[in-house]
Ligand binder design. Structure first.
Ligand code: ZN
Length: 463
């Protein structure tokens, strides 16, 4: 099976030119001007952008939650991702406290394997670090899961202490991995949540008010200090605000590198949405949406090279599930749906509005996730020998986001009615046309588990 993509404007993190791409099997075989080859399928990409498939390194599909699950399954979530130009996702395995990493790995892979439409991998969330867990790190890395997530909040369920954090960092560094963190001060948040509840304040806006900027800034700084001390490659997930980014900026002053991910919602939405009574529950997530000045900081941070990745933290819940917190903001399931919207929102709000360049768009949505998480150049770029994960994109098409037309398994949209410029036309995943003209052409099971390489801070990441 061969495919020729003709005359598109090919965009990578560094390039921008018009050319043809010839694909055989799962790989890109050649790229050139007017390639003289025969192919089984020819796609005319004139006047279209052609860029690498997006990688969303922060999603929660079928995540166990209070006896139920986040509403997108591995099938519906990865399919919706493909519709939006994201060909690969990295989900999170959550270790149960008192249980092993291996047990969690088996449980999560049994849910995901043979059920994904798009490609996938996992981060391993370490919620209970002890001598037994330490012995498992090498095995998990050998399985191709080379990043370890930690929580500085959610005491008694997910949070680890600084004592455990330092130990984990030393072992992960030794094994060639990377530590990710949810950086917020859990003790301060727990205090504020209780205080508001004692005062009878139950509306969603108190979710926002119980996680002030300082909780994130303090923890980001503490995490950076521990990473600096241990020398472990470090990555802050869903960074939302000026204070936290300044903690990272300060770390650069002692020649430290901390990778930073933000999520699309923190760039395009703000905390005024919490003022609408219970409707604000649609955007209850942790950390919460912030102020307009924080979004401005994040856009600037992307251009300054401080913010490396734009993900989603996709964790959808049906409205009925959100209603669990009708009378108590702390019981609203955290998360919002965005896996399908990330690329088009970032293009429309970022590139089309002149906030970031096309190359930057590809860098933060495709290339950096592949580099940081050990998949480059197999994934994340359009190059000879890379997987043929390709998006053909109409930069001028206008369309509207709506729950009535999206493909995520959730009954509301966090961006209902938004008019976007730029739309995904065709998506290829490992050489196969998977989306064309708003139709998905593959079934669950097509998505493959991608084994990731060890992190190579000093030789593979060069942006
Ligand atoms: Zn998350």
């Amino acid at each position: 099976m061969s495919v020729l993509i003709k005359g598109g404007r090919i965009i990578t993190a560094t390039d921008d030119y018009v050319g043809d791409i010839f694909i055989e099997g799962e790989k890109i075989i050649s790229i050139g001007k007017q390639l003289n080859v025969n192919a089984d399928t020819v796609i005319d990409a004139k006047d279209k952008l052609v860029f690498p498939g997006g990688i969303d390194p922060h999603v929660h599909l079928e995540m166990p939650f209070m006896g139920t699950f986040s509403s997108d399954t591995y099938e519906t979530g990865t399919r919706a991702a493909l519709y939006g130009g994201t060909t690969m996702v990295i989900d999170f395995i959550l270790q149960k406290q008192g249980h092993s990493l291996n047990e969690a790995l088996t449980e999560w892979r049994s849910r995901a394997d043979n059920n994904c439409v798009g490609d996938y991998s996992f981060h391993m969330a370490v919620t209970d670090y002890n001598d037994e867990t330490k012995k498992e790190i090498k095995h998990i890395v050998d399985e191709g899961i080379t990043s370890f997530k930690t929580f500085m909040a959610y005491k008694g369920a997910l949070m680890i202490t600084d004592n455990q954090m330092i130990g984990l960092m030393e072992e992960v560094k030794e094994q060639g991995g990377l530590v990710n963190v949810h950086a917020t001060n859990g003790d301060v948040i727990d205090y504020l949540v209780q205080k508001f509840k004692d005062e009878g304040k139950t509306a969603p806006i108190y979710h926002y008010l119980s996680q002030p900027e300082i909780t994130e800034a303090e923890a980001s700084s503490r995490f950076a200090d521990m990473a600096n001390y241990t020398g472990c490659p470090a990555y802050i997930v869903h960074l939302t605000c000026e204070g936290a980014l300044n903690a990272v900026r300060n770390a650069t002053r002692r020649n430290q590198r901390v990778f930073v991910e933000t999520c699309i919602q923190y760039l395009v939405l703000d905390a005024s949405l919490y003022e609408n009574d219970f409707e604000g529950a649609k955007w209850v997530m942790s950390p919460p949406l912030r102020e307009k000045k924080d979004a401005a900081t994040l856009w600037a941070g992307i251009n300054q090279g401080l913010v490396n990745v734009v993900a989603t933290d996709h964790c959808p819940f049906m409205w009925e599930q959100k209603l669990l917190g009708r009378n108590d903001f702390s019981k609203i399931p955290n998360g919002h749906p965005a896996i399908e919207n990330r690329m088009e929102l970032l293009y429309s709000e970022g590139v089309a509005k002149g906030k970031i360049s096309l190359n930057k768009f590809v860098e933060v949505a495709c290339t950096n996730p592949a580099k940081i998480f050990g998949m480059f150049p197999q994934k994340g770029t359009v190059a000879i020998g890379s997987d043929a994960d390709i998006v053909i994109f109409d930069p001028n098409a206008k369309h509207k986001i709506s729950a009535s037309s999206h493909h995520m398994n959730v009954d509301y949209s966090a961006y209902e009615g938004w008019e976007l410029t730029g739309k995904v036309n065709t998506v290829l995943l490992r050489g196969k046309i998977v989306i064309d003209n708003n139709k998905c052409l593959v079934e669950k099971g097509y998505g493959k588990f991608i084994k990731r390489k060890r992190h190579a801070l000093n030789n593979s990441f060069t942006s």
